[in-house]
Design a protein around this ligand. Sequence first.
Ligand SMILES: NC(=O)c1ccc[n+]([C@@H]2O[C@H](COP(=O)([O-])OP(=O)(O)OC[C@H]3O[C@@H](n4cnc5c(N)ncnc54)[C@H](OP(=O)(O)O)[C@@H]3O)[C@@H](O)[C@H]2O)c1
Length: 262
Amino acid sequence: MDLGLKGAKVLVTASTRGIGFAVARRFGLEGARVVVSSRKAEHVREAVERLRREGIEAYGVTADLTVKEDCFRLVDEAARLLGGLDILVYNTGGPPPGGFEEVSLEDWEHAVRLLLLSAVWVTRAALPHLEKSSMPAIVYLTSVAIREPLDRLVLSNTVRLSIAGLVRSLARELGRKGIRVNMVLPGYTKTERLLQIARDRAQKQGKTVEEVLKEMTKDVPLGRPAEPDEIARVVVFIASKAASYVNGAAIPVDGGMLRSIL
Ligand SMILES: NC(=O)c1ccc[n+]([C@@H]2O[C@H](COP(=O)([O-])OP(=O)(O)OC[C@H]3O[C@@H](n4cnc5c(N)ncnc54)[C@H](OP(=O)(O)O)[C@@H]3O)[C@@H](O)[C@H]2O)c1
């Protein structure tokens, strides 16, 4: 199946490693032109080099998604580098792990900027560009935590839910303009973030990181965490013309981990 992504202009936020990087790479391998970004200039430079080594047309912009001005500058620079924008993939870093009684009030405010306001800012900035595209789409990367809360991730469990409201609202509003809006919910995925969560639980429970990782994936029917590319391939399909009638969907990619029926 031809995904029709050759020459597509794609911005993936928070994409110098992990799931975001895998998404940018997969778009690139499909012939799209991509902009990657994150907070650290060094990470951005390395990510761009890795993509270019695979023959991908890639550019980088350094931006902190918790800073409003950075979000607007990121989108403007991406659109300038690519000569427009067809697809926005919104991804962020994860908030610190912890239970309600551990995370500080500052952590809450930071999580709202990181997981909600950044999505609003990036989307606002991207809309004028997407409206000019012949294949506009937005995919928000969130987490299975928006369907079933995960232990010791109260910030993620709470604040990410607002993205579900945003996606369903935008799917109705922007669908009328031909802009599709969807959401992908990764389950446990082999990245530095997964190790961070496992280390936190290991410390709390007096176990080794390996023991915790084993326990985390015990309840996943497929019995293992995802490779980042297994998330990326779904994101790329949902954003592509091949998924032209998919709008407002929330798609878990979790090896069957979620138990809820709907
Ligand atoms: N891995 C999992 O099992 C899993 C499961 C469900 C959901 N998620 C969520 O999916 C997202 C990506 O996860 P991941 O596992 O790929 O994480 P990761 O490996 O830690 O990568 C995070 C990426 O985001 C960038 N980043 C972090 N904070 C940022 C900020 N404030 N502004 C801009 N860029 C920022 C990082 O680069 P810099 O350090 O250079 O900024 C890096 O490129 C996270 O929100 C995570 O919570 C992960």
